[in-house]
Design a protein around this ligand. Structure first.
Ligand code: ASN
Length: 346
């Protein structure tokens, strides 16, 4: 178990909640409060605390690469990993780990909406469920075991999930893919879709490109740009300028942008001509972009590629990590178009 910070381990301070230390002892104390029968079914674990604990709103792509390195470093010694993470950017980290880690290595990401010791906190139940899911995945792996989110009784594919509530114990959901299963109060049940996913054998040629450990020194900049009614090209000029290498464009509906706004379309076209990769995904949580309207095809004419039904978090981490690999611009686009680990419906 790797403790990175987040509300799960937070304690009060004069500025508000901050990540607290001594997590191994605090967790063991809480686990002692579970009924003995349930405690006995949990696997043994060690807890590793990162040197700098953070509220996950401080997380950066560099933190994903650090976690990847740390997990790989310890992967001979442990059969599964559980990352205790803040919820705010948990889905970004889970998506990134799904692309970075070996698919046969169970890696679960969890956290909580309320601190471990707060009355009626969701923290202990999420930790218990994560431990159960970890031992289940050790015994019966799925096709993609890296970056699974366990939260609020649900088991979710991390690269398909988003934070959907600021406060509910059911804080995460997958809009475009059913939950892989449920796990609460010591009972775990896998859904039919997880069983189906288990039958999907990952083909070697669709593996995600390897990211070199040096990538951490030069992580390309990717920005997220949401369209709004009345958007003007000059308002986004600096976002489309170097050193930015990639843009996740959050368009309307099935992938539409204002096709009557020529300066905006020209600004997108000029950016893609300069080699910036722009991905079109919808602001709508459910469904895929199709760019079938004239207002959508104008974007593909401007050199913008489809983000299918990727979540914003998966699109952002996928593009950032592809830009970290030593691929040409054309190869990054081709790799982005591929469905690597069931992150999108292509
Ligand atoms: N701000 C917290 C974090 O992401 C929120 C949480 O963990 N519930 O670290």
């Amino acid at each position: 178990m790797i403790y990175t910070g987040g509300t799960i381990g937070m304690v009060g301070s004069d500025k508000g909640l901050i990540p607290g230390g001594n997590m191994a002892e605090r967790l063991l104390n809480q686990l002692q409060t579970l009924p003995e029968k349930r405690r006995r079914t949990l696997p043994a674990f060690d807890l590793l605390t990162l040197p700098q604990l953070i509220d996950s709103s401080n997380a950066t792509p560099g933190d994903w690469l650090d976690l990847n390195r740390l997990i790989r470093h310890h992967s001979r010694r442990y059969q599964a990993f559980i990352i205790l993470h803040g919820t705010d950017t948990l889905a970004y980290t889970a998506s990134a780990l799904s692309f970075l880690l070996p698919q046969n290595l169970p890696c679960i990401v969890t956290g909580s909406q309320y601190p471990l010791e707060k009355e009626a906190s969701d923290a202990l139940s999420n930790v218990e469920a994560s431990l159960l899911v970890a031992s289940s995945l050790i015994n019966q792996p799925m096709a993609h075991n890296a970056g699974v989110i366990v939260f609020g009784g649900k088991i979710l594919q991390g690269n398909r999930a988003s934070k959907v509530s600021t406060h509910s114990a059911q804080g995460f959901d997958c809009i475009n893919l059913p939950a892989l299963g449920t796990c609460s109060e010591g009972k775990l049940s896998w859904s039919a879709s997880a069983q189906m996913a288990a039958e999907l054998k990952p083909t070697p040629d669709i593996n995600f490109p390897q990211i070199s450990t040096d990538a951490i020194h030069d992580i390309p900049q990717v920005v997220i740009l949401k369209l709004w009614p009345g958007i003007q090209s000059q308002q986004i000029a600096s976002l489309l300028a170097a050193p930015v290498k990639g843009v996740i464009l959050e368009s309307y509906g099935s992938g539409n942008a204002p096709d009557l706004n020529q300066p905006l379309l020209s600004a997108f076209k000029a950016a893609t001509d300069r080699g910036i990769i722009i991905v079109n995904r919808s602001q709508c949580p459910e469904g895929s972009v199709s760019m079938s309207y004239a207002a959508g095809s104008a974007l593909s004419e401007a050199g913008i590629i489809s983000g299918y039904d990727l979540t914003c978090e998966a699109a952002f981490s996928k593009l950032t990590l592809l830009l970290c690999s030593n691929l040409s611009n054309k190869q990054v686009k081709e790799a982005f178009n591929r469905n690597h680990y069931a992150e999108c419906s292509v």
